[in-house]
Design a protein around this ligand. Structure first.
Ligand code: ASP
Length: 440
């Protein structure tokens, strides 16, 4: 017997039929003790997410307009679910109170959080479990930064009092009790926080896909699902744009050594992706890479100066120029007399000329070359370190596909190889790398 914490995303709780699926999943395994729900998501492509409607309600209130008609849409969704499930409690009263409260709050977070709050109450009634309001157990400091240790203490104490409970995701409270939310998609973080405080054996993140895919399916056709992924690999892939889980949901469980299992509510028999601290010994040996992810819109700043390597403080002065203008960089590949800095375009928008000028002044380089329109692709996998010829395979694949490589960076973790290429080659390069390493 162990303890499992389940988080269900918005699409997994979008209507009564999905609530039924969720109940069947929870009741099929007595190890589930705590459930963290999102707000109801889209039921079909053009549908609206409850959270989006709630933000709209707040905007109306802010402009001094009535939000009642809009809130009706929200009420109807919850009433429909409650009625179809035969839930017998004063949901009408709860919805009226919620609507009135939204009118009184100045910050949008309170309104936004009500999607999870209401869904949490509904789900707790439906499962017959206790309800714990996240504002009492998830804490932020006065600046709005998540207070992890404080939260862990009070959450752990609260969980001890409830054998089975529902804790809504996405929000918590400032020290003064005012509601504050994580960024969008933040219920993943709440689930991880509950798993850590419960000292769970497993955090199961139920969503609408059967796990993490090896590449973006919009670019690579039918990519395989990743069976096992380490938290470090996940970090590399999500940093590069792969999305399934909120980035900040990694830290609480990784630190506590709790694995995360991504599962599909609509296909509960699929094993999904298991995210673990250390890669297991029986990983498929033929599968050298774990995944590929990429991002567009970077600028490559290439700085050249003869005898740069012997000049004390050169690198620091280049980076100081960026820091002085509040610009952060992504990568820093260096050569003997060259140094390149990769920067996201959005960071540079208004400050490019000033930064160049500052580097000219403080570093006096022989040349500075600026190339915009760069895309980065990270090929990630623990297996890459022990397999000779991985880099050769990757670069050969790009060469054969006619892709010109503008930059190479092998992270010191040896967990990834990042290549910079021209944006136009992005799709071709992703497919070439995928095909070079993954056999159907
Ligand atoms: N409901 C929130 C959102 O739409 C949080 C979440 O679903 O995780 O972003």
């Amino acid at each position: 017997m162990g303890i499992k914490v389940a988080k269900f995303g918005g699409s997994s709780l979008c209507d009564a039929e999905h609530f039924r699926k969720v109940k069947a999943i929870i009741e099929s395994d007595p190890d589930y003790h705590y459930v963290v729900p999102s707000a109801p998501g889209k039921r079909f492509d053009d549908d609206e997410k409850i959270t989006d409607l709630l933000y709209q309600c707040h905007r109306k209130v802010e402009r001094g307009q009535s939000h009642e008609e809009l809130f009706r849409k929200i009420s109807d969704r919850y009433l429909e679910i409650a009625e179809a499930l035969g839930l017998d409690f004063d949901i009408e009263g709860l919805l009226i109170d919620t609507s009135n409260a939204i009118r009184q709050y100045k910050n949008p977070d309170f309104a936004a959080s009500r999607g999870e709050y209401l869904n949490g109450i509904l789900l707790s009634k439906y499962l017959g479990w206790d309800f714990i309001d996240a504002k009492d157990v998830v804490k932020f400091d006065r600046q709005g930064s998540f207070a992890s240790e404080w939260t862990n203490e009070i959450m752990a104490d609260a969980l001890k009092l409830h054998k089975k409970a529902v804790i809504p995701g996405f929000y918590g409270a400032y020290p003064n009790g005012d509601v504050h939310t994580f960024s969008r998609g933040g219920s993943d973080i709440s689930g991880a926080i509950v798993a850590r405080a419960a000292q769970a054996d497993l955090y199961v993140n139920w969503t609408d896909v059967s796990g993490f895919l090896m590449a973006d399916p919009r670019i690579v056709k039918n990519p395989k699902c990743i069976r096992e992924l380490s938290y470090r690999e996940l970090r590399e892939l999500s940093y590069m744009g792969a999305t399934v889980l909120h980035e900040d949901a990694i830290f609480p469980v990784h630190r506590a050594g709790i694995p995360t299992n991504i599962r599909n509510t609509n296909a509960p028999e699929d094993p999904g992706t298991m995210i673990v601290t250390h890669p297991s010994a029986d990983r498929d040996r033929d599968q050298i890479i774990t995944g590929i992810a990429g991002h567009k819109n970077f600028t490559l700043l290439s700085i050249e100066k003869a005898m740069m390597n012997a000049e004390l403080g050169f690198g620091r002065r280049v980076l100081q120029a960026l820091e002085d203008f509040g610009v952060s960089f992504e990568h820093l590949p260096t050569g003997i007399d060259t140094m390149s800095v990769v920067i996201a375009d959005k960071e540079l928008v208004t400050r490019k000329d000033q930064i160049i000028q500052r580097i000219q002044q403080t570093c006096q380089p022989d040349s500075i070359d600026i190339s915009a329109g760069i895309a980065l692709i990270a090929t990630v996998g623990h297996g890459m370190t022990s397999a000779p010829g991985t880099a050769a395979r990757l670069f050969t694949a790009l060469y054969e596909a006619g892709v010109n490589i503008r930059m190479i960076d092998q992270g010191s973790s040896e967990l990834n190889i990042i290549v910079g290429i021209n944006i136009e080659d992005f799709e071709t390069a992703m497919n070439a790398i995928y095909r070079a390493f993954v056999k159907d």
